[in-house]
Design a binder for this molecule. Structure first.
Ligand code: ATP
Ligand code: MG
Length: 341
């Protein structure tokens, strides 16, 4: 039986989000840490490390331990997990919580094992891994045995996980590289080419979230002051960037995402394709918060597209739901429970 304190965890390339039974979402932090090579010590985790991005002194490195769903540095990853999970569950010897963690399709068996061990060291009694799009679907629509085929696209920072889910199981799934960061990178490129201005990742993220849209919505003349380095003079410079420029910058990234979705839908078995056309596409993940994305995909693909409530939290919420229904879930997926030790 699930207990108060059991956790659901979405370990993403961009953010680590934790749901705790009885308390809801208790953490949503950038999945980063800042490491000081000169003293071999991690200085900051999460939001504190994010503040250093683009301003780190030479002896400090900001790590993203997970990239494109693949573990880049196991030591850094376990250090981050340990820190963030312990903050949430405390240092317990007895009554340690159970955990459900969502993993990307890119994770191999060794990485999965490493994640389970890392979670045990971080304080979880036992960790069950589930597929990310299944967790996303459960977070948006908490019904395990929903018999209808649904297409879920979990648009993260680095990757978009796409799956058709029917009856609590994954009927087909794939992963594409076009996701939230593709739009951010496109803004950096555009500002460099059009304004000869070099801007950092955080600045481009701020532009995207504040005025970015991929579909004509609201006031096109909205603008934002943007500071960077002039590539010709080498000096700091500020310009004004307009919403329609940001939209132009992101056109190609939108095309890549839509092409990726298209490729997946073309390969859906015919008996499920009908369900997908009827139920539409469910968008989850932080990338789904991009303004106009739902409208642009619906119009381009001629399929209804719905953004989940609290899209960025769906995977963690789904893990939280799964930890409460673990036995049922395992029966459905036919998997044996993995133990933490
Ligand atoms: N308000 C917003 N508007 C547009 N994009 C947003 C907004 N808020 C967050 N994002 C984008 O969401 C993405 C991160 O989403 P999310 O937290 O789901 O990623 P992740 O799960 O850590 O990554 P991945 O699933 O690739 O491992 C980033 O690209 C970020 O820019
Ligand atoms: Mg994610």
């Amino acid at each position: 039986m699930a207990a108060v304190g059991d956790i659901g965890i979405d370990l993403g390339s961009s953010n680590i989000i934790i749901h705790m039974r009885g308390r809801g979402i208790v953490r949503n932090e950038p999945a980063l840490l800042a490491y000081d090579q000169s003293i071999d010590k991690v200085l900051f985790y999460g939001a504190d490390a994010y503040r250093l991005v683009g301003r780190e002194p030479s002896h400090i490195q900001v790590y993203r331990p997970l990239q494109n769903g693949v573990i880049q540095d196991y030591r850094m990853l376990t250090s981050m997990l340990h820190h963030i999970v312990q903050e949430v569950v405390g240092r317990r010897v007895v009554n340690r919580p159970r955990a459900v963690m969502a993993v990307s399709a890119m994770a191999n068996e060794l990485e999965k094992r490493q994640l389970i061990i890392g979670m045990f060291d971080a304080g979880a009694r036992r960790t069950q891994l589930i597929d990310r799009p299944l967790a996303a679907a459960l977070g948006a629509l908490p019904v395990l045995k929903d018999p209808y085929g649904r297409l879920v696209a979990d648009i993260g920072g680095a990757t978009t996980d796409i799956a058709v889910i029917a009856g609590g199981q994954i009927a087909s799934r794939t992963i594409i590289q076009a996701a939230g960061d593709t739009f951010t990178d496109a803004i950096i490129r555009y500002v460099r080419l059009k304004h000869n201005l070099l801007i950092g990742f955080r600045t481009a993220e701020d532009i995207k979230c504040a005025i970015g849209t991929v579909y004509p919505l609201g006031d096109a003349s909205l603008s934002l002051p943007v500071a960077g380095r002039n590539l010709i003079s080498g000096l700091p410079k500020q310009i004004e960037i307009f919403r329609d420029e940001v939209a132009e910058a992101m056109e190609e990234a939108l095309r890549q995402l839509i092409e990726g979705l298209h490729g997946v839908i073309e390969r859906i078995p015919p008996e499920l394709a009908n369900d997908v056309f009827e139920n539409g596409i469910l968008l989850t993940g932080g990338g789904a918060m991009l303004k106009g994305l739902q409208e642009a995909i619906s119009e381009e693909m001629q399929i209804r597209c719905i953004t989940a409530d609290r899209p960025q939290e769906c995977v963690a919420l789904g893990c939280g739901y799964a930890v409460e229904h673990l036995a049922e879930l395992m029966e459905l997926t036919g998997e044996n429970r993995r133990k933490g030790t």
